[in-house]
Design a binder for this molecule. Structure first.
Ligand SMILES: [Zn+2]
Length: 129
């Protein structure tokens, strides 16, 4: 932890990311060198490898980039349910999609909730009209 070269705002720790997610806020990291944005905590930019990353707010609405339905859910979950990669504009984020009808690629969705998966929260998105 200490001794790392990080931005003034500090690196986005996983615990911070999780707390903010549970508070209904989507945050990511923006690389100071190349501007690449990721939606989950990273130690270094996945694009250029730079370690100076600034925490940034992400939009809570996006469009479905890809989706799949989990027909055999993990133990403790009721299925089937839908998961998808949500395009937030600057970055993409994987999450659960809630809704009786299911959503199609290109549909608008909004960050609505979190779900615990293997002890880690994952964002839940709901379709918006
Ligand atoms: Zn970068």
């Amino acid at each position: 932890m200490s001794g790392d070269r990080t931005s003034e705002s500090g690196p986005l720790a996983y615990a911070d990311w999780r707390d903010r997610l549970e508070d209904g806020e989507l945050v990511g990291l923006e690389c100071r060198s190349c501007g690449h944005v990721t939606a989950t905590p990273k130690r270094a930019c996945i694009d250029c490898g730079d370690r100076i990353l600034d925490t940034c707010s992400l939009p809570t609405t996006g469009t479905v980039h890809s989706e799949t339905t989990i027909t055999v859910p993990p133990v403790g979950f009721e299925g089937p349910y839908q998961v998808g990669v949500i395009d937030l504009g600057e970055t993409k984020l994987m999450g659960r999609i809630r809704g009786d009808e299911g959503v199609e690629i290109g549909a608008s969705v909004e960050f609505a909730d979190t779900v615990e998966l293997d002890g880690m929260p994952a964002p839940v998105f709901e379709p918006v009209e």
